[in-house]
Unconditional design. Structure first.
Length: 400
């Protein structure tokens, strides 16, 4: 029996290590090979300019909403093809006043009778938007002048049902001091670049499995209303609903938007917990994508999302198994691994005192996985409300 338990622990340990290694290293490597061999681009048309309605769910965004509107109308996209809908989720500040004072007939505001969350805003506003394409974006995300045009060129392909762009982080004018509490700034930028690379390759195989939630576009007719309690996962559910209908969800890395860096890891950590809870909610709504018959979307969803979402559980399982195996008389190898793991965790925790790249990345990796685990517990505890508050950012401008 003792030998059986030891062999079971060994199998569980190496299975866990393989799962995490595949998620973060093996899949990106395999994806690059497969996309190179089997990938195809879209039939883009630089002169295709469908009508576009920019949809902005907003709650108390008076500090950034005017700048957001200016960034949209500074676009090189034909002005007559653009409209903007602000879905104000019962804002209690001057958001709606600022929008009204903006003085552009292409901008419209809709306000519900009671707070309904981002999903509720999208469900109500998108059907009202009289445009071929809806572009979903957040109030504090500023657009590059060419970004809308670069998204829309792919919609010329009738196989493409939606297109995602990339959201990059940048320093706010008054955020120099943020780096003192923001040792993970470079790591977040690295992670976004890492994600964007995978999205690009996935869309060449068939579709990107998710969008950067603050900046993506879909054909309006393909929008599927989201369940009312949808929690921080429209950027997964909406692209997957596009794929369910037989279309591709493309990714355009040249379509760029910007957001200001979150000033403190504690704020980013809470945001990651919300995203984690939404991820697990999405998992149980996307069980049909665990069917291998779906082809490339199954492969990319399972490899990119499912393995990533469940990695924290496998990391814990690997640690527990390694600790147990180190207690066996034959466990010298596992004692060495457990010691290395303990040193790595300690290094991550001490990154503020040992400010080198290795310890910062260990800390970032640990924090993101702990947040994902906390998100799982939040989901299991029940999501009672899908309403949100805006993330505080150091570069908030003055309304007007």
């Amino acid at each position: 029996m003792v030998a059986f338990i030891e062999h079971l622990l060994i199998a569980a340990f190496w299975l866990s290590v393989a799962e995490v290694a595949y998620s973060y290293i093996g899949y990106p490597f395999l994806l690059r090979i497969l996309a190179g061999k089997f990938g195809t681009g879209s039939h883009a048309d630089e002169n295709y300019f469908p009508s576009v309605a920019v949809i902005i769910p907003a709650h108390n965004e008076e500090k950034v909403i005017a700048e957001k509107l200016r960034s949209i109308f500074s676009s090189d996209y034909p002005a007559g093809q653009l409209t903007v809908w602000i879905g104000s989720d019962c804002s209690t500040d001057r958001t709606e006043e600022v929008v009204s004072n903006f003085g552009d007939s292409r901008v419209r505001v809709w306000r519900p009778d009671h707070r309904c969350g981002k999903a509720g805003i999208l469900n109500r506003v998108i059907p009202m938007a009289e445009a071929e394409v809806v572009l979903l974006t957040d109030a504090d995300i500023m657009l590059d002048p060419s970004s809308i045009r670069k998204l829309m060129r792919h919609v010329a392909d009738p196989r493409v049902g939606g297109v995602g762009g990339v959201t990059l982080q940048r320093m706010a004018p008054r955020v120099g001091a943020a780096r003192k509490g923001g040792a993970t700034i470079d790591e977040e930028m690295f992670y976004r670049s890492y994600e964007a690379g995978q999205k690009t390759l996935e869309s060449r195989l068939h579709s990107t499995i998710s969008a950067f939630g603050s900046f993506y576009a879909i054909r309006r007719e393909l929008f599927v209303p989201l369940p009312q309690n949808t929690y921080s996962n429209d950027d997964v559910m909406t692209p997957m609903n596009i794929i369910r209908q037989g279309y591709r969800m493309y990714f355009e890395p040249e379509a760029v938007s910007y957001e200001e860096i979150v000033p403190a890891m504690a704020i980013e950590f809470q945001r990651r917990i919300r995203i984690g809870a939404g991820n697990f909610q999405a998992f149980f709504r996307l069980l049909d994508f665990l069917n291998p018959a779906r082809g490339w979307p199954f492969f990319c969803y399972f490899s990119h999302k499912v393995t990533r979402w469940f990695s924290p559980l496998f990391i814990v399982l690997a640690a527990v198994c390694c600790a147990a195996l180190s207690c066996y008389p034959t466990g010298l190898f596992y004692r060495g691994l457990f010691t290395l793991g303990t040193v790595a965790v300690a290094g991550g925790l001490l990154h503020r005192f040992i400010p080198i790249r290795t310890t910062r990345r260990l800390y970032y990796f640990m924090a993101m996985n702990v947040a994902l685990m906390a998100g799982l517990f939040r989901y299991l505890g029940g999501i009672r409300s899908a309403t949100w508050s805006r993330t505080v950012r150091p570069g908030d401008g003055i309304a007007g």
